[in-house]
Write a protein that binds this ligand. Structure first.
Ligand code: G6P
Length: 611
């Protein structure tokens, strides 16, 4: 994680960088810092959010047309002023920002300490920086050469950007594993972890590839590989508007993103789902339909909320397509020597398209010959580029750290993929197929109906804001919805919450139930409805407080539950997209009532680019 921004050109670098860092705070907000070059090298850093840095630099000299900035999610060394980036080399000539992890930093540090280097932070970044400086000093090489040599010895992931007091007209950057976008302006260049700090200045961007070094002047961008061969920068046009990354009148990005869902789900279906003609058209799927439909097995790889989307997709794909599906945590998959056979297909799900574990997991699978299908939100991201084929979720930029609209868009896209494959395999009856197309088409409208009840959900949230624990239960398609509900509550209200299959609750969690424990049931009408009603009775018999997401008009559960959150009726296979909305709002209102920064919950980051 961590966000990086750098600028070189005719403008003052400070305002460009600070504004950019604020847009990237979702990537980490333990500390922020900036280095500016204007004859001298000025370095300002502060623990906390970018706003704390801004306060700290009031009255200080902020001039300079070249600079680098960083917002940190701590890996090596606690969040503090001294561990904040940028770091300065021992000579005081170089400053560097870094997103990633240098795994062999400890041995490099020992080497450098023996040579007399001193370290003023606990970071791996400062080690890499001095390692580069040491090579430069010993070999008498240019910074670019020293960097190339250093990177060949480095194990880990990085995007780094360096400024050099002796070369005040050049920025040098390098990437492996973490994202780097370069915006190309007229006589200026912008560097950032994603395009959001760049779009208001230019729409022309270059996504730097792994093992590339960029040498950037105001009016020149040179890309080279680690073998010192020039690479041709591939300039792309950004399809992103500034309004999409601003709050637009909402108190928080999270609330804005929850309320955007009728539109974002519609966008993910638009141009693909055609109820009238009974078709689903997704070019990434169409072009590979033979391979996909004949897959012997589908492996879904993801992390966090995207993993929950994968669990729902498992149920849907197995039901509709009759292809076996396994859902894997990317972090486990990549290290456990997984068996990948010919004819296996991987679906990688990721909002950011940059999650390090997911990225490496699919690289591994790709090397073993698997076909990779990416279901990704961020256009042009690393996972999207690494996939053989894919479908973008089109949810637009998601800024709130807790994922909401990206999740429902993932579900919409995965359901379409399942339906398309099922049709191709003749595994579904025409009636069921058309029925589900219609149901999917109706989702945005039903989500709007749930959002109209936000005030009611808020009232329920306020009743339970002081809970210390919560249990989320669901069955079938609604079991992963329960997991996602629990995750949302943990993430933004810091209340301990667990998701469980409702029946499995008897094998442990029921021991937690007392009159204080809120138990949230995802109990919309489905094939298991009677079973979940029994589970609700079991909780009530032990005096637990029951909050239930129900299908409108469900008198049975209404009479049992302490509070109900009604949603419109939907086919059980489609229902998760709708029943997840009240749980998002419940967590949001509890987090806000507790006074927490729901857009930037403590210790979390949106884009986890370290393993
Ligand atoms: C982080 C985010 C989550 C997200 C997960 C996976 O933990 O805070 O919201 O679900 O990463 O991210 P991805 O971008 O791969 O979906």
């Amino acid at each position: 994680m961590c966000g990086i921004v750098a600028y070189i050109g005719h403008r003052q670098a400070y305002p460009v960088i600070v504004k950019g860092l604020k847009r990237l705070e979702y990537r980490g907000y333990d500390s922020a810092g900036i280095a500016l070059l204007d004859g001298s090298l000025k370095l300002y850093k502060k623990m906390g959010k970018v706003a704390a840095l801004e306060e700290n630099v009031i009255g200080k000299s902020l001039d300079g047309n070249i600079g680098i900035g960083h917002t940190r999610w701590a890996t090596h060394g606690e969040p503090s002023d001294r561990n904040a980036h940028p770091h300065m080399s021992n000579s005081g000539k170089l400053a560097m920002i870094h997103n990633g992890i240098i795994e062999n930093y400890a041995s490099l540090k020992q080497e450098l300490i023996k040579k007399g280097y001193r370290f003023s932070s606990d970071t791996d970044t400062e080690v890499l920086l001095n390692f580069i400086e040491d090579i430069q000093k010993n070999n008498g090489s240019t910074l670019e050469e020293a960097l190339r040599i250093a990177l060949k010895r480095v194990v880990g992931a990085y995007v780094i950007v360096l400024i050099d007091k002796d070369n005040p007209d050049t920025l040098i950057a390098a990437r492996k594993g973490s994202p780097l976008v370069i915006g190309i302006g007229k006589g200026e260049h912008f560097l950032a972890s994603d395009a959001s700090p760049i779009i208001e200045y230019t729409k022309e961007v270059v996504y730097v590839n792994d093992y590339e070094i960029a040498i950037i002047k105001s009016d020149e961008l040179i890309l080279k590989n680690l073998g010192n061969e020039r690479q041709t920068p591939f300039i792309q046009k950004l399809d992103l508007e500034l309004a999409a990354i601003e709050k637009g009148g909402y108190d928080h990005f999270m609330l804005k993103e929850i309320f955007e869902q009728p539109g974002t789900i519609y966008d993910s279906l638009r141009g693909r789902l055609d109820v009238q003609h009974g078709t689903i058209t997704m070019s990434g799927i169409e072009n590979n339909i033979d391979k996909i439909k004949d897959a012997n097995r589908i492996l879904i790889i993801a992390c966090g909320t995207s993993w929950h989307a994968g669990l729902i997709a498992e149920y849907i794909i197995e039901e509709l397509c009759r292809i076996p599906v396994e859902v894997e945590y990317a972090s486990e998959f990549r290290y456990r020597n997984p068996i990948i056979n010919r004819g296996d297909m991987i679906i990688a799900i990721s909002q950011s398209g940059e999650t390090a574990d997911t990225l490496v997991a699919i690289e591994t699978a790709k090397e073993q010959g698997a076909v990779i299908l990416g279901v990704v939100n961020v256009v042009g991201s690393s996972i999207a580029r690494l996939s053989h084929a894919g479908a973008y979720t089109h949810a637009g930029p998601e800024i709130g750290v807790a994922s909401t609209k990206a999740f429902t868009a993932q579900l919409a896209v995965l359901t379409m993929i399942a339906l398309r494959i099922a049709k191709e395999r003749n595994a579904i009856t025409p009636e069921r197929y058309l029925h589900l197309l219609q149901e999917l088409h109706d989702v945005p409208e039903k989500v709007s109906e749930v959002l109209e009840k936000a005030d009611l959900i808020r009232e329920v949230a306020l009743k339970y804001q002081d809970a210390t624990d919560a249990l989320y239960l669901g069955r079938g398609y609604n079991f992963p919805v329960a997991l996602e509900g629990a995750l949302k509550l943990k993430e933004i209200s810091y209340i301990h919450a667990e998701g469980y299959p409702a029946a499995e609750m008897k094998h442990g969690p029921i021991a937690l139930v007392d009159e204080k424990l809120p138990v949230i049931f995802v109990a919309t009408r489905d094939a298991y409805h009677e079973k979940i009603v029994s589970n609700i009775q079991e909780i009530k018999a032990r005096k637990g407080k029951v909050i239930a997401v129900i299908t409108e008009g469900d008198e049975t559960v209404t009479s049992l539950a302490d509070d109900v959150l009604p949603v419109p009726a939907a086919d059980e296979l489609i229902a998760p997209i709708i029943s997840t909305i009240p749980l998002q709002l419940l967590s949001y209102y509890i987090g806000v009532a507790k006074g927490y920064d729901v857009d930037k919950p403590r210790n979390l980051a949106k884009s986890v680019t370290v393993e």
